[in-house]
Design a protein around this ligand. Structure first.
Ligand SMILES: NC(=O)c1ccc[n+]([C@@H]2O[C@H](COP(=O)([O-])OP(=O)(O)OC[C@H]3O[C@@H](n4cnc5c(N)ncnc54)[C@H](O)[C@@H]3O)[C@@H](O)[C@H]2O)c1
Length: 260
């Protein structure tokens, strides 16, 4: 631990699995008190226990980030517990595992589900946290985007559209809140081995061929571990990035650099 987040309070949404779990652990390792939000009680509590066992400080707050009443209550509970929120990582997001998210096949409900999960959740949690950051005279917000917002794959229409919107929301939030010493940056994870990602790969017609095909597109020649992404989030959360604002950080092993 080098204490780059010593004394800071971080709220990580979707901290019960994958990238959000790794971010929670890395932030805690650097001295932050971590508020873990997740809709999954078992996942959130597991992350909290992992942090406690390693000697860190974390609490779990169950909340579905697409529901405004739950978000209000969750943010208030975090403030009641810690008194402030210095860092917000809007990490919750998800796609349709079957890659059948097409304009012609998505029902209105499925379209709304994906837009809400990826865009509305980021809006709602930010809406509740930013006024407290303003009172607290600053903060750092990280919004999770995806490579799909830049070079989409067939079968991810609503997901790509929602994440493209999160990209623009990130830049807009930077413009609106920089004067309050709040930095808002985006994080683009590459192909990262998480439960959600593994479930998608396993649904491919031939999972081994699918993995191999994808791997060939990554200049660094390997998939990301969740901690690779968490280290990018750490940079954006910490004072090391104190003059970085409205930036989109690609942590993708070169995947989006060009044809490969
Ligand atoms: N894994 C990748 O390759 C990859 C690539 C690019 C972007 N991303 C993005 O990274 C983020 C994390 O993805 P992951 O692969 O770690 O996923 P994951 O499914 O492993 O973890 C997501 C967590 O969010 C929680 N969650 C889901 N819906 C929620 C809700 N409504 N409210 C609160 N919590 C909720 C889940 O319970 C889970 O614990 C997502 O925004 C995803 O779009 C992932």
């Amino acid at each position: 631990m080098t204490g780059r987040l010593q004394g800071l309070v971080a709220l990580v949404t979707g901290g019960g699995s994958g990238i959000g779990r790794a971010v929670s652990i890395v932030f805690s390792r650097e001295g932050a008190m971590v508020a873990i939000d997740d809709v999954s009680e078992s996942g959130g509590r597991e992350t909290m226990e992992m942090i406690s066992k390693a000697g860190g400080k974390a609490s779990f707050f169950k909340c579905d980030v697409t529901k405004h009443d739950q978000v209000k209550q969750m943010v208030q509970s975090v403030l009641d517990k810690y008194g402030k929120i210095d860092i917000l990582h809007n990490n919750v997001g998800g796609w349709q595992r079957e890659a059948n998210d097409l304009v012609t096949t998505d029902t209105e409900q499925e379209w709304d589900r994906l837009i809400n999960l990826n865009l509305r959740g980021t809006f709602l949690v930010s809406k509740e946290v930013i006024p407290h950051m303003i009172k607290n005279k600053g903060g750092s917000i990280i919004n999770t985007i995806t490579t799909n917002a830049y070079m989409n794959y067939p079968g991810f229409a609503a997901y790509g559209a929602a994440k493209g919107a999160v990209k623009e929301l990130t830049r807009e939030m930077c413009l609106d809140y920089a004067k309050y010493n709040i930095r808002v940056n985006g994080l683009v994870p590459g192909e990262t081995i998480t439960p959600q990602w593994t479930a998608t790969m396993d649904l491919a017609m031939n999972p081994a061929i699918a993995r191999d095909g994808l791997l060939k597109k990554i200049p660094q020649g390997r998939f990301a571990e969740p901690e690779d992404i968490a280290l990018g989030a750490l940079f954006l959360a910490s004072p090391d990035s104190r003059y970085v604002n409205g930036h989109i950080l690609f942590v993708d092993g070169g995947l989006t650099a060009g044809f490969y």
